[in-house]
Design a protein around this ligand. Sequence first.
Ligand code: NAP
Length: 286
Amino acid sequence: MWLFQADLSGLRVAVLGAGKIGSVFIERLSGHVREVLATGRRPETLARAEELGATPLRDNARAASLADVVIVSVKPHHLPEVLREIHGHVSGKIVVSIVAGVRRATLQEVLEGATVFRAMPNINARVGGSATAVADSGDYDPKSRAVVEALFSRLGSVYWVPEEWLDPWTGLVGSGPAYIAEIIDGLVLGAVSMGLPREVVYRAVLDTLKATAELLANSDRHPAVLRDEVTTPAGTTIHGLKKFEEMGVKAALMSVVEAASVRGKELGDAIDAEVRRRLGLARRER
Ligand SMILES: NC(=O)c1ccc[n+]([C@@H]2O[C@H](COP(=O)([O-])OP(=O)(O)OC[C@H]3O[C@@H](n4cnc5c(N)ncnc54)[C@H](OP(=O)(O)O)[C@@H]3O)[C@@H](O)[C@H]2O)c1
C-alpha cells in the first residue's frame, strides 16, 4: 500500500541502452508515459527503438537531460562511459539501473543529486510477467518510490527487497526462465520417448505448467498439498515421484539455484569492483 499512486502519463522516460531488455521497457511503457526516449550506438538499435514507439537519440547526456526518469540498461562494461556522460544531467531526477552486479552506492557516488534505484527484472517482462526485485534503501521519498513501483508494474510484479538479495535473485528469477525451459524440455522429451508427438505434448506441457502455477498462485497452500492431492495410492504419479527421489531431482534443483546465486554474488562483486576501478572510485571493503 503506497502513500502515492504515481501517474506516469506526464513523464518522459529515457532508456539508455535499447537492447533486449531496454526494448521491453520501450514496448511496455510506450503509450503509458508522455514519451520514451531511447539510446543505442548502432543505427539498427535506434531504428528498432523507433519502431517500438521511442524517440531515438544517440546522445545519452541529451536523453538524460530531457527525461524525468532515466533507466540504465547497458551491459556492465559499457556502464562507466554512460555514467560519465550522464553525470551532471540527472540531478533531482530518478535514475534506475538494471545493470547486474553494480551496487547502488557505486551509482549514487557518481550520480550525485539523483535518486538512484537498482532493480532486477527478468525477460518475462516481455509478456508483463517479470518478478522484478527493487533494492529498498529505506530513505527514498514516497513519490519517487511510487514512480518506480508504477514503472516496473508495467513489466509485472514488483518486490521491494534488501539490496543483498539482488545477486541471489538474479540466480533464481533472472536465470529462472532458463531452468523452467529445461524442465519443460525434459518433460516433453520423456513423452516423446514414449511415442507421443512433440508438437502436441509441448503445448500440453505448457498448459499444465501455466495452470499449475495459476492454481498455486490462487491459493495459500504449500505445493506439497497439491502434489498429494494428485497422488493416488499405487498410481502413476507416485511412480513418477519415486523417480524424482531416486534421481535426486529436488536436490538438483536446490543445487542449481545455490550455484547460480553464489555465481551471482561472485560476478556482482567483480563487476562492481571493475566499474569502480574504471570510474576511479576508492575500493570498497567486502
Ligand atoms: N536481458 C535481460 O533479460 C536482463 C534482465 C535484467 C537485467 N539485465 C541487464 O540489462 C543490461 C542489458 O542487458 P541486455 O540483455 O538488454 O543487453 P543488450 O541486448 O546487449 O543491450 C545493451 C544495449 O546497450 C546499448 N549500448 C551499449 N553501449 C551504449 C552506450 N554507450 N550508449 C547507449 N547505448 C549503449 C547497445 O546498443 P548497440 O546494440 O547499438 O551497441 C545495446 O542495444 C545488462 O546490464 C543486464 O545485466 C538484462
